[in-house]
Design a protein. Structure first.
Length: 251
């Protein structure tokens, strides 16, 4: 097996005297989609922020074989890491096209002649953005805003895309569309780390999965096998949901 593109070992994060993450360890292989599922407040977003360098932490984070200790966020981005936060953090008064171009700013500063070459690919993934490319981001629906946030990240040609709760607040139909796009990202060979509460959809699209509960990794395994685990079925997939409450399928 290839060396992991991302390897996290014994990661601890504290908020004051409260430890929010207790020695979490994960691995992401090149081209792989890895998901971390768990309830709200389990520490999933905290883990992503620590990996990105936005939160102080202890433990080892290795990206492309390099230890990231002391490496600033900007340099992590420059090395090929990209995080789409659950808040999306778009520039509302700017157009869709300009928000996308901001995603390639690192490549522009590096004087890459083809820094905007991902624009056509993003519009192919998200035709709705192409139709509205002159619109201000603040006029978009929740689903369109999520599409724009993912598209902006893709403009930088990341080697690892980290998605924090991409289905949060979205209607089931839009959630299904978003997960189809995540699945299609395999075409690029890019690795994806997906943080999700929608366990059913996440495990359908992922290659490998982890379950995080109250700061502890309690389960891990091949996603298709994890979806058959009795604890996962009982806690996260459920048995008797009403049709309108069923998580979106990506099949």
């Amino acid at each position: 097996m290839n060396k992991p593109i991302l390897e996290v070992n014994n990661l601890h994060v504290c908020y004051g005297k409260v430890e929010a993450l207790h020695g979490a360890s994960i691995r992401v292989q090149p081209g792989q989609i890895v998901t971390v599922i768990g309830p709200n407040g389990a520490g999933k977003s905290t883990m992503l922020s620590a990996i990105m360098g936005a939160l102080p932490s202890s433990g080892d984070v290795t990206f492309l074989g390099h230890d990231l200790a002391g490496v600033e966020i900007e340099r992590r981005v420059g090395r090929g890491m990209s995080l789409v936060p659950e808040t999306r953090e778009l520039f509302g008064s700017m157009s869709i096209a300009d928000n996308l171009l901001l995603g390639s700013y690192r490549r522009y500063r590096a004087r890459e002649a083809d820094y905007a070459d991902q624009m056509d690919y993003v519009f192919q993934l998200f035709p709705r953005l192409k139709e509205r490319y002159k619109q201000e981001a603040r006029t978009l629906s929740g689903g369109e805003r999520q599409m724009l946030a993912v598209g902006r990240a893709l403009m930088g040609k990341p080697k690892l895309l980290m998605l924090d709760e991409p289905s949060l607040g979205l209607a089931p139909r839009i959630t299904k569309d978003i997960f189809h796009i995540i699945d299609r990202l395999r075409e690029t060979g890019m690795a994806t780390l997906l943080i999700e509460q929608n366990a059913r959809a996440a495990l359908q699209v992922a290659d490998y999965g982890y379950v995080l509960e109250t700061g502890d990794m309690v389960l891990e395994g091949v996603a298709s096998e994890l979806a058959k685990n009795p604890k996962v079925i009982e806690t996260y997939l459920g048995f008797a949901k009403k049709p309108e409450e069923q998580p979106a399928s990506v099949s």
